[in-house]
Every structure is written in C-alpha cells, then in structure tokens.
Design a protein around this ligand. Structure first.
Ligand SMILES: Cc1cc2nc3c(=O)[nH]c(=O)nc-3n(C[C@H](O)[C@H](O)[C@H](O)COP(=O)(O)OP(=O)(O)OC[C@H]3O[C@@H](n4cnc5c(N)ncnc54)[C@H](O)[C@@H]3O)c2cc1C
Ligand code: SF4
Ligand code: SF4
Ligand code: SF4
Length: 412
C-alpha cells in the first residue's frame, strides 16, 4: 500500500487526503493548528435563506469525512521537524505539541465555564474546525503554575483532561508528499490603510466573517449597535504596488458579494454601498449580483476605489471620500460600518520545509507546480500555488491525486 504525507489540513489538503484514501493509499495528515478545515473554519455560511454555494460547509464535511477514515492518521498541533529523501521516498520527523485534552472530549464546554483564568486557559478548536476537541494553553493554565487548579478535570464528564500529555516526536516513512499549506489573509491593518486598526468601525472582511460565523450578525465594534449603513470596499491589499500585493486575489469579489447578500438576508433594512474596481465573481455570472443589487433598493454598486476613509466625530461613524472624474468632483458619504475586503498571500511556499522538498516559488511567492517536482514524489496543491477559492482548491487537489495515481500505474 502506498503511504503519503499530506501537509496542511485545509480544503486542499483534506480533499487530497480523502482522494488518496479512496484510491487505496494510507495517509498521514499533518496540521499545525488545533483542528482541520483550514482558513474556511473562520468563514461564515452565506446561505441563510438558501444555499449560495459559498463552499464553506465543504471544509467541515471533508474534515468530518477524513476523521472517520481508518487509513488516515491525523496529527494536529503538529509540524514537520525534518524531511529526508530515502531510496524509495521520504523519511519525516514530525513534532506534535501536547493538547492536554484527549479525544474523549465531547465538546460540551463545561471546562471553559469553570476555568478561573481571565480570558480562559482551555479553548474549543478554531471556528467550525474539526474535531470539536478542546485544548489547554499550558502557558496560561494554573495547573502548570505553582497555584494548582484541577477545575476542568473535576467537571469534565468524560475524563478527557490529561495534564500528563507530552510533546511527541513521530517518524514516518512515505513514498510521496503533498504540500497544501494554503494562504494567509492580507492584514488590512498592515498598511494602516483606510484607518484599519485606528477607527473602531473599520473592520476587515476576516473580522466580518469571524463575527458572522460566531454570532450570526454584525454589530458595530464601538457600541454594539447593529449597523444600518455599511460600505464594503474591494481590493484592499490586492492589486496595489503600494499597499499589499500586486496581483488580483481572485476570490474576494466572490465571497464579498455573498457577504453582502447575507447581510441583507439578516436585515433587509440595511443600506449597503459596494465599492469595487472590477467585479470578478469567478465561475459565477457577474450579472447575478448586479441584478440582485438592482432589485434591492438599498444596495448601490459604486465603481470606484475610495481615496480616503476617516472618522467623522464622537459618533464613530465613517466618512468615505471618493474622487470623481475631475479633481473638484469629490464626494463624501457617511457610514456606520466599513468592511475592507482583503485578499491573500501564500503560506509556507518559501518555507524551509518547502525548500527542503525542492519546491520553488514564482515571482509572486506562490509555490510552483512542475512535472520535475512531481517526478520526485513531491506534489503541491491548493491556494499555496495561486489564489483560489475552496471549490477550486478541492478540484485541483483531486486532479493532483489523479496525476499521482497515473504516475504510480505507469511505474518507475
Ligand atoms: C476573508 C476571506 C473569506 C473567504 N471566504 C471564502 C468563501 O466564502 N468561499 C470560498 O470558496 N473561499 C473563501 N475564501 C478563500 C478560502 O479560504 C481559500 O480558498 C481556502 O481556504 C484555500 O484552501 P487551502 O487548503 O489551499 O488553504 P488553507 O485553507 O489556508 O489551509 C491550509 C492549512 O495548512 C495548514 N498549514 C500551513 N502551514 C503548515 C505547516 N507548515 N505544517 C502543517 N500545517 C500547515 C494551515 O494551518 C491550514 O489549516 C476566503 C478567504 C478569505 C481571506
Ligand atoms: S486546570 Fe484550571 S486553569 Fe487550567 S485549564 Fe483547567 S480550569 Fe483552567
Ligand atoms: S468538559 Fe471535557 S468533554 Fe466537555 S469540552 Fe471540556 S474537555 Fe471536552
Ligand atoms: S477578486 Fe475582486 S476584490 Fe479581489 S483583488 Fe480581484 S478584483 Fe479585487
């Protein structure tokens, strides 16, 4: 049986792992965070009334599916410590951090309620990540300090707390490896553009997604009121030599248009202005969003990149300044909340691990896919190779595994 190491448990890595298992391989999946699902764990389902094909639930389904597979070994809180080529493949050393909560955890949350630490020392997995297994932060936990505490262990109905858990070093030998380390969202505040990090009611799309995912609605950070007039600004951190990356991040138009639709589903009274340079809704017809916006009397599509955004006064409302065709043609519109739609950078494409596997990067920093690297048993897939949404990450992962299987059938 072929053994494959998959690095990264996002939509791409999960889909690759599932396809590999389905084609008879044994998989070791290494994920550095607390759970499976990748970036999508933080994103909200955008289909309140009907499914909007945002693909977010796909990540949860794939994570649950792979956790049920007996031929998939899932290593969470784990990273590759070293990689060496062998005669017939690779030898990996993987470092796994202790979780202090066993897989008997049923995710009831009773431990969090009794934890006396401010900000808590025991946590659920990120967003909708799977498994729903909690973990303890050793640095914060009082059990590991002189002042002992066993409160979570006492209350846990399944005796899942294990203070004796230790870091492990695991060795695995495999024939092939799949690198699917994904993306990092561009930090809207990195450039301090448009008052992000300075004005309470300017949030990034990452913040908006997380709040919607956790709370089901958006509230103004400054006063907790539901916003009634919202601006959504596209291309923040993308397509800019000065602020962020030069390329189009490709998926932000698609998810942002769906966020707009979700916001109007939640509150039909919201006034929403959508500032964009180009509308790139990937595989979906642009007209759908335009027709939807036209039908909603409170939605305006504005083809312009705001010149500036600043706080008006103590109301913490924002003024969005937009330049027209001439210098004197400048308008300002007031909003309760501004959402900056950010794009992405590849994650780990140029890491030491990628380099040690022979993976090269293109001029934009994305990992390159080539016949030569695949011939050496190293496969790269998902958004680490170029900007893409969940659907494309999954489709490309399946195609990658299909190439891998063809190579195996063809023999050495
Ligand atoms: C604000 C925002 C909203 C979005 N909304 C949508 C949406 O609604 N619909 C949609 O289709 N797409 C959306 N996307 C895009 C979507 O998140 C990506 O297309 C998708 O997550 C890419 O999947 P991936 O598996 O390639 O990478 P990722 O999801 O980034 O997964 C990579 C995984 O690898 C892990 N990893 C990284 N390095 C290592 C390492 N060295 N060792 C072990 N593990 C590692 C990471 O922890 C992560 O779990 C959104 C993106 C953003 C920024
Ligand atoms: S031992 Fe105490 S401090 Fe540590 S996680 Fe449990 S309840 Fe919190
Ligand atoms: S009390 Fe136990 S079972 Fe419940 S979430 Fe905490 S660790 Fe898991
Ligand atoms: S997908 Fe849309 S918002 Fe994202 S960078 Fe491209 S044009 Fe801008």
């Amino acid at each position: 049986m072929t053994q494959v190491l998959v690095i990264g448990g996002g939509p791409a890595g999960l889909t690759a792992a599932k396809s590999l298992v389905d084609s008879g391989a044994e998989v070791v999946l290494v994920e550095k965070s607390d759970s499976l699902g990748g970036m999508a764990r933080n994103w909200t389902c955008k289909g309140l009334v009907e499914c909007r094909n945002c693909g977010v639930c796909f990540a949860v389904d794939q994570a649950e599916g792979i956790l049920r597979e007996p031929s998939a070994e899932i290593l969470l809180l784990s990273e590759v410590a070293s990689a060496h080529r062998t005669e017939d493949g690779f030898s990996f050393k993987i470092k796994t951090s202790p979780r202090y909560v066993t897989d008997d955890c049923i995710g009831c949350g009773k431990c969090v309620a009794v934890c006396p630490v401010e900000g808590k020392a025991i946590f659920p997995p990120t967003g909708t990540g799977r498994p729903q297994q909690y973990w303890i932060d050793r640095i914060k936990c009082l059990h590991f300090k002189k002042r002992k505490c066993n409160a979570c262990a006492e209350v846990c109905p399944t005796k899942a707390i294990d203070y004796d858990d230790r870091a492990k070093s695991i060795s695995r030998k495999v024939q092939s490896v799949v690198l699917a380390t994904g993306i990092d969202a561009i930090e809207a505040c990195e450039t301090n553009r448009f008052g992000c990090g300075r004005y309470a009611n300017v949030i990034s799309s990452v913040d908006a997604e997380k709040i919607l995912n956790e709370k089901g609605r958006l509230l103004r950070p400054s006063d907790g009121r539901p916003p009634k007039k919202i601006a959504v600004v596209q291309c923040v951190g993308s397509r800019s030599v000065e602020f962020g990356v030069e390329y189009c991040s490709k998926f932000c138009c698609k998810y942002a248009t769906k966020i707009c639709q979700l916001l109007l589903d939640i509150d039909a009274e919201i006034n929403l202005d959508f500032y964009f340079m180009d509308l790139r809704t990937l595989y979906e017809p642009q007209d759908e969003f335009k027709l939807w916006a036209k039908a909603k009397k409170t939605v305006r599509l504005v083809r312009s990149m705001p010149a500036d955004i600043y706080e008006k006064d103590d109301s913490k409302n924002l003024l969005v300044r937009v330049a027209g065709e001439t210098d004197s043609d400048i308008s300002e519109t007031e909003y309760d909340l501004v959402i900056l739609s950010v794009g992405m950078r590849p994650s780990g494409a140029s890491s030491e691990l990628a380099r040690s596997l022979g993976v090269g990067t293109d001029e934009m920093g994305f990992a390159m896919v080539s016949k030569e690297i695949e011939a050496s048993g190293v496969y790269v897939c998902g958004a680490v190779t170029q900007p893409m949404d969940i659907e494309e990450a999954a489709v490309r992962a399946v195609a990658t595994v299909s190439r891998m299987n063809k190579k195996k059938e063809a023999g050495p």
